[in-house]
Write a protein that binds this ligand. Sequence first.
Ligand code: AP5
Length: 215
Amino acid sequence: MRIIIMGPPGVGKGTEAELLVKHYQIPHISTGNIFRELFTHEDSEIGKIAKSYIDRGELVPDDITNQIVCQRLSESDVQKGFLFDGYPRNIEQAKALDRFLEEKNWKLDAVINLTAKTDLIIRRLSGRRVCEHCGAVYHVENKKPKIDGICNQCGGKLIQREDDLEKTVKRRLRIYTEQTKPVVGYYEQSGSIIHVDGGRSINDTHHDIMKVLGE
Ligand code: AP5
């Protein structure tokens, strides 16, 4: 299965992606997670550059992002399929992905576009907490950890992402409208996109996605 999950920041892409990759047993390729991994755990030049863009809520330049994706697609585990979360994020990246897939003679099975109202998205982002150690995602109301402020999976401390602060969230939403929304139109033209209401509960949204994927 080769899937893309897209939608505005905070709509629940990462949360739904986790359930899908578990079901299909495929790798979860989140460009946001790859960048955070690079700047959190490694002394990487690319990580430092990416952080400077991410903290401002701007997109990391295409040459860096496409290079990272191309490299990831050359690893052996993607032979069985993959799920992209947060890529492609503009038309240039969508065209680059088309080229990468064509070179391998691969086709996408589905592009899932999650939608939700802006006020709900803002509530989700302002309440999101992530484990500073393993990156697991929680929410102060919708997905609470067993012990307040502590990750269920590794016992790490839960923190707020730098780019979830209010003024950065507004910029991310603006950039989504200007640069990423046109990608929805790009996939609409090829008839491969499926729109799913991401404003429902985590399980209801998952159920809707599985239904449209024919499961
Ligand atoms: P990235 O990490 O991809 O962030 P994003 O797209 O802005 O998406 P988020 O991670 O904020 O939200 P999400 O939709 O995954 O929601 P989540 O499931 O966590 O990118 C970060 C930055 O990296 C970008 O701004 C950019 O700078 C850079 N970058 C990444 N990819 C790039 C690219 N291709 N090109 C250039 N730059 C790139 O859910 C949010 C919260 O809501 C959580 O707390 C969750 O528990 C809760 N929640 C989720 N679903 C539900 C539900 N159904 N009901 C109730 N609560 C829910």
